[in-house]
Design a protein around this ligand. Sequence first.
Ligand code: G4P
Length: 532
Amino acid sequence: MVEQTIKNEIQKRRTFAIISHPDAGKTTLTEKFLLYGGAINTAGSVKGKATAKYAVSDWMEIEKERGISVTSSVLQFHYNGYCINILDTPGHQDFSEDTYRTLMAADSAVMVIDASKGVEEQTIKLFKVCVMRHIPIFTFINKMDRDAKDSFELLDDIETVLGIHTCPINWPIGSGKQFKGIYDRKAKKVRTFESVATGGLKSAAETDYDLNDPALKELATDELYEQLIEEIELLDGASDPLDMEKVQSGELSPVFFGSALTTFGVETFLKYFLEMTTSPLPRLSNEGSIDPIEHDFSAFVFKIQANMNKAHRDRIAFMRICSGKFEADREVYHVQSKRTLKLSQPQQIMAQDRQVISKAYAGDVIGVFDPGIFAIGDTITLPGSKFEYEGIPTFAPEHFARVIQLNSMKRKQFVKGITQIAQEGAIQIFQEYTAGMAEIIVGVVGVLQFDVLKYRLENEYGCEIRLESLPYAFIRWVGDPSTDVTKLKRMNNVKAVKDMKGNPLLLFVNDWMIRMVLEDNEGLELLEFKKN
Ligand code: G4P
């Protein structure tokens, strides 16, 4: 029998990631969520650009110098009886593989879209990972207080670019200076918008009207009112019904409109979102599906971060608890190393500080001190259980450079450094096939990681390097690892490399070349993600 408190704790948990293109409003929305939960008192504390107060995730000098957040953090808050974990992903253009991996730890995703822009590049990339995992995706169309694209066009954009069906839960009346409010299709009420400068305020003034209330007609103006009635009819007739099964499998995205900056539509979104998402669901292992409530403690490592404290050269392993209750003084079993151990200094990473914790539940993320034994994708269970969770895929880097070591006397440190950094998962390293030449090619998801690599090799390992940029932008794993890539046809301008495990890969300058190589080599399979 599972203890009732454990069951209650797990059932009230919601763990999700927010995905967006930079500047769509992810940070602003996150801040507003935290305000509702009382986790912070003033907006602007998550990423204190103006106040120069850095979030805990900004740990490296390079980040401080640039004033951006390269790494991800986890924010936990309570709201309406729910315990919510937001897995924050780096907001800057130069995101890294960590951003992708964070999505492996989430049970659902909130996609923030700038209403004046529609679906943007980075959203597409992150969206692909969500689709691969079949997790529910909720859309928040933000910045309605600014001139927006036509709402139907926005839905069409999501459907055609991302290939997911949409179901608007509410519908905007106008946008920009003409933004009058939002019609809630379920409650059949209009919430009117009044622009107020919010700062630390919890919400803008909001008033609810029935659709046929004469006061609403007056407020919205005849033209916008007529338009709303027409659009509601159109939606009721033409849009997909809210099929929760399709939402759960990530085929249909419930869509909300609002303005995070003025806190309009944020609480409505949060309420519906919490109702529609589920508590942690079973996860697949090599021994079948592991139930989060029925099964005792288990977790998997989805991120490793080195040198959070420079003086100690420490590494923190972030793990997502998948089942049961974690207790700090209990012994756990690390499946990959076959070792029983106690997780040292377990901590929860909050918006502004890091707290040592004694217990946590399925759905939560904890960071533990890593003596160098954990790798991304590892499973932690209790002694006696030996199952392994499905591995975390390796995602395709998009930028490549040849690493040239400037001081050949330090070859050993260089190899050690670059291998360790690669193990943490911020970069991927490859070797060319050319006989005898141990030349290293490094691949990254975001170009900032090149600077991070250079900085860390110099500062932590005393190795100076030069990076020579390579023209490749696409990498594909060869489906059958026993393929002799040196015998493939149409390989001019295509580079064959192998990863540290010896798996063959091909580097391409453009995706047209990928098609050519596939066409000319019958039976060849090329993969975008490498399942581990
Ligand atoms: P991000 O994390 O997705 O990168 O976006 P962030 O929240 O930092 O927002 C990017 C910019 O868009 C910010 O302005 C923010 O104030 C603004 N913004 C966010 N939501 C809304 C909204 O609903 N309406 C309007 N009008 N603006 C919004 P900034 O000037 O770049 O930064 P800041 O100086 O205000 O922090």
